[in-house]
Write a protein that binds this ligand. Structure first.
Ligand SMILES: *Cc1c(COP(=O)(O)O)cnc(C)c1O
Length: 381
């Protein structure tokens, strides 16, 4: 029987676990290694926890089930997952990426990928013409985030998949912002999906994790070989924390989205707010594409206020909402991208993207919507 997403969040890959004890919660296999049955026979599935571990495997099956992936590999952080993906490429390979990627990914490119000989072209992937003209014959992959961070630009995943397929390049999608609850890029033609599990999947602002979800077995074998060699796989206890977080993914996402819609509507009417970027607003330029390729608009938004001073005032005066980086947890968090998440992006590039010193990014949590609105109202007074 095929199960709906909410059920798969709770029950993961299968109802019963291999130890035969029918525990409802997956046990934490807190062991580094496993005994060989006898001389000449290797353990059939589990040898050593850097390679495989039952708790991590169960988590990987659960995330595969949510993303519609053939296989998933769980890493110690989103960045460890993304770094493993970029080990698939060789010197001279050209990769087309969204111009407003997560700051950490840009740092990885600058510090590691370029040194390894990769050629990275940053383009506005939300613009179909810009994307078409970037598709040189030596492009080996397209790497996108949609909606993007912090400008909430929407890229057409199906269109990217078409461009990629035409020349045998991979399409890689960072699906952190909408989570598998709202968006499944593999069903739209992506080859690899990456997640910062630290955000919505874990969902409690207490654990770091990352995932690489692979459309097919050949890719997953390559990612598993790379991860075994580089060793960034998720620990058993953190795997269990992720499993616990995922059980409530559906209810958290629904509630956070409901709150985000109410807050976006409030911000649109506030005299000190000059612009609201939220993909759930019908006047957002990416509204239609997002509606075609996802089941929701999520709970991330950004907004511009009338001055840098107002932005600083908001950060200082919010009481429930916390001035902190990260996103996707129960607690609403607010940041000033220009000095925090995007401080490494050159000023000229930031201006082009619209990341000004009066732009605030809000990760809407699951508190009471009216309390959050009142908090923003008093902070902007
Ligand atoms: C946080 C984040 C990452 C990096 O994940 P970590 O778990 O912090 O390493 C990558 N992509 C996006 C979109 C993120 O928000």
């Amino acid at each position: 029987m095929s199960q709906n997403l909410e059920t798969r969040c709770v029950h993961g890959g299968s109802h019963r676990f291999p130890d035969g004890r029918d525990s409802i919660s997956m046990p934490i296999y807190q062991t580094a290694t496993f005994a060989h049955p006898d001389l000449g026979h290797s353990p059939d599935r589990f040898y050593y926890t850097r390679l495989t571990n039952p708790t991590r495997n169960y988590l990987e099956e659960t995330v595969s089930s949510l993303e519609g992936a053939g296989d998933t590999v769980a890493f110690t952080s989103g960045m460890a997952a993304i770094a493993a993906v970029f080990e698939l490429f060789a010197p001279g390979d050209r990769i087309v990426c969204s111009s407003d990627l997560y700051g950490g990914t840009v740092l990885l490119f600058d510090l590691v990928s370029r040194k390894n000989g990769l050629v990275l072209d940053f383009v506005d992937t939300a613009d179909a013409d810009a994307l078409a003209s970037a598709m040189a014959p030596d492009v080996k992959a397209i790497y996108i985030e949609t909606p993007s961070n912090p400008m909430m630009n929407v890229t057409d995943i199906r269109l990217c998949a078409e461009f990629a397929k035409k020349q045998g390049a991979l399409l890689i999608v960072d699906n952190t912002f909408l989570s598998p609850y709202f968006q499944n890029p593999i069903a739209l033609g992506a080859d690899l999906v990456v997640h910062s599990g630290t955000k919505y999947l874990g969902g409690h602002n207490d654990t770091l994790a990352g995932f690489v979800c692979c459309a097919d077995a050949a890719l997953s074998q390559r990612i598993r070989r790379i991860s075994s060699a580089t060793g960034g796989l998720l620990a058993p206890f953190d795997s269990w924390l992720m499993l616990r977080g995922i059980k409530t993914l559906a209810v958290r996402m629904e509630r956070a989205q409901e709150n985000a819609r109410a807050i976006a509507a409030f911000l649109q009417t506030h005299p000190r707010v000059t612009r609201v970027h939220y993909v759930g607003l019908p006047d957002h330029p990416g509204y239609e594409v997002n509606a075609r390729q996802s089941r929701g608009s999520g709970a991330m938004l950004s907004f511009a206020v009338d001055s840098h001073e107002t932005a600083l005032q908001v950060l200082e005066k919010v009481k429930i909402i916390t001035f902190a980086e990260s996103l996707g947890g129960p607690e609403s968090l607010i940041t000033l991208p220009v000095t925090q998440t995007h401080a490494d992006v050159p000023e000229e590039e930031r201006e082009k993207l619209g990341i000004t010193d009066s732009l605030l990014r809000l990760s809407v949590g699951i508190e009471n919507a009216q309390d959050l609105i009142e908090d923003l109202r008093q902070a902007m007074a």
